[in-house]
Design a protein around this ligand. Sequence first.
Ligand code: 5GP
Length: 346
Amino acid sequence: MGLHKFCRELPKLELHAHLNGSLSRSTMLQLQRCLADNGMADTSNAFLDEFQIGAGDTRNLADCFQVFNIAHALTSTKETLAKATASTLKEFEDDGCCYIELRSTPRQTPHMTISEYIETIVQTMLNTTDMSIISCLIVSINRSSSQRDADIIADYAIEYHAKYPDIVVGIELSGNPAIGNFKDFVPPLTRARNAGLKITLHCGEICNPQEVIEMLNFKPERIGHGVCIHPRFGGIDAAWELLCKSQIPVEICLTSNVNTKSTPDYNCHHFNELYNANVPIVLCTDDKGVFATSLSQEYQICAETFGIEQSKLARLSLSACNYIFAVEKRKMLMDKLLNFINKKEL
Ligand code: 5GP
């Protein structure tokens, strides 16, 4: 079977996708129309082009973080947030994704409270009975936020995990890696962990070996990116050895790393180092709208760049089942993958 078709058909698990970075152009247009119908948006589309960051774009990592303001303006009401969530889940499903842990930073807007933000996403996920994709929410803390605001987000994550344990499954730390200190977020993350939430941390997006070691010693269930951990990419031996020993799974985002220039090109990506050292990895999209990608495209790029054959791609997807936060869904997803592998005689 052709690689493109195979990557689409392969049942895939998305474990690192930011809601407001995942909005496709058509979803953004839909949200804009919805706001305009309510007299809340202008009707120019010029800003939509500003949202996408392609390879070779001159914007640096810090500039890239500005583009999220565009999506945030569109998801500022309960109605548009619900539409954004539903459309994004549908797009992942259409791409052959059978399980997603969507993440988002709850925020207060002129039209909704933090609590309503979380409730809106949860209710949308609960109402996707017409879809076969299983969806869960990871609550994000932005590392630019104050300790007080981080505490508030953690409290809501704990409250909503107690209310909807099958939906609100984790908490994570993201946002501009050049701002804030991991240490300041340890107390709220620890409270969330003690309440039963699983943890994933954006780790090693820029060179900061001390922080990488602090993060790995915190023993999160997963980390995101892990670019600057191997000494070849600005990391230090102690951090790399700690990662190899701890076997903490890394959420890999190939196109995101290339387009934000965290990695010069696909060939230089640290996928190779992680894969060869047997560190668990999960292929993810990060922000499929911002970086104009899809999960099947990330599998295809991985296969083409690193020569990973179809049977190994399928096993990458199978192994992702071990690292999901909704533990009770593991067996069902593994059965689905094993079925596919047997049927295709891989
Ligand atoms: P949201 O949480 O609003 O649904 O999604 C957008 C937010 O996710 C951004 O404002 C940013 O805080 C975070 N985010 C998206 N992509 C990245 C990334 O590549 N690295 C980091 N550190 N944070 C990101």
